[in-house]
Design a protein around this ligand. Structure first.
Ligand SMILES: Cc1cc2nc3c(=O)[nH]c(=O)nc-3n(C[C@H](O)[C@H](O)[C@H](O)COP(=O)(O)O)c2cc1C
Length: 264
């Protein structure tokens, strides 16, 4: 599937992690659209997404009121990857974020959930029929989020603290900002808005006139979720913004601590 870049680029600033849903089941046409995108947005054979429209509460868990507790979602999407692939985290992040941006464009709420205390991995794997070499890396609730943020949901985001982003100046090296072409500006701004586990924003960007290299700030796997998965999400944001500026590029996946280079 070609990336619907204008639609997904417009969704980037609208997306926020939502943890309260109104329980209204999704319309058959919405389920069908999500199923189609899960089946067709497969940029890498080693990563895929699967819609679960029954009993998402069996997969989601967490202590009421805590950061990770999701309530009332009528459906769920699992992000699955091949554990034998050395780049599986990046590929799952990149693929999963495509589904998240499409859902956002459809007016739905989402929230990446990767912490093992917040979802039951084995239950999700059995529900999606994961193969022997496959693992569910994360899930997202899918549905219409409650109107506005309740006090409880605001408390879960640390009253906005878990949504705040670092300034680009803290994350970018290389070419001086004054010399960035427009597409690089748009791509970095889009990457900055990417979601990351516990909002750690682990990505670093090195800019050259015709490319952006993504690296991780440190290789630590905190919160039980690889930082390379967060970087895979930022990679999709970079490419979507570049395409929307009329710039086509290719990703080259790199060894740690680098993640990937996007070259025009
Ligand atoms: C890979 C990944 C895993 C995440 N895991 C959880 C989780 O287990 N529980 C949770 O409540 N939020 C989780 N989040 C959501 C982040 O907390 C959220 O994206 C971040 O705080 C930024 O907020 P925003 O998405 O509203 O911009 C996760 C996000 C990512 C990208």
């Amino acid at each position: 599937m070609e990336i619907p870049f204008s639609r997904w680029h417009a969704a980037i600033p609208l997306r926020r992690s939502r943890r309260r849903y109104n329980s209204i089941p999704l319309e058959p046409v919405q389920l069908a659209r999500l199923q189609t995108v899960c089946a067709e947005f497969r940029p890498y054979p080693q990563a895929r997404a699967e819609l679960l429209s029954e009993s998402p509460d069996k997969v989601l868990r967490g202590i009421a009121g805590s950061y990770g507790k999701v309530k009332g979602a009528p459906a769920l999407i699992a992000f699955i990857g091949d554990i034998n692939d050395p780049y599986v985290n990046e590929k799952v992040g990149y693929t999963g974020e495509g589904i998240v941006l499409e859902a956002t464009a459809m007016g739905m709420g989402t929230c990446w959930v990767g912490g093992s205390m917040f979802f039951r991995r084995e239950v999700a794997e059995s529900a999606v029929g994961a193969g022997e070499k496959e693992r569910v890396f994360a899930v997202t609730p899918m549905g219409h989020s409650a109107k506005g943020f309740s006090l409880e949901e605001r408390a879960q985001t640390g009253f906005g603290m878990f949504h705040r982003r670092k300034p680009l100046a803290e994350m970018v090296s290389g070419l001086d900002e004054g010399e960035w072409p427009n597409w690089i500006k748009a791509a970095l701004e889009a990457a900055r808005l990417a979601p990351s586990a516990v909002n750690r924003q682990p990505w670093r960007f090195n800019v050259e006139p015709d490319n952006i290299t993504v690296s991780v700030d440190s290789p630590l796997l905190d919160f039980g979720v690889s930082k390379r998965l967060d970087c895979g999400i930022a990679m999709l944001h970079i490419e979507v913004a570049a395409l929307d500026c009329g710039v086509k590029g290719r990703w080259e996946l790199l060894e740690a601590p680098q993640v990937a280079k996007f070259k025009v």
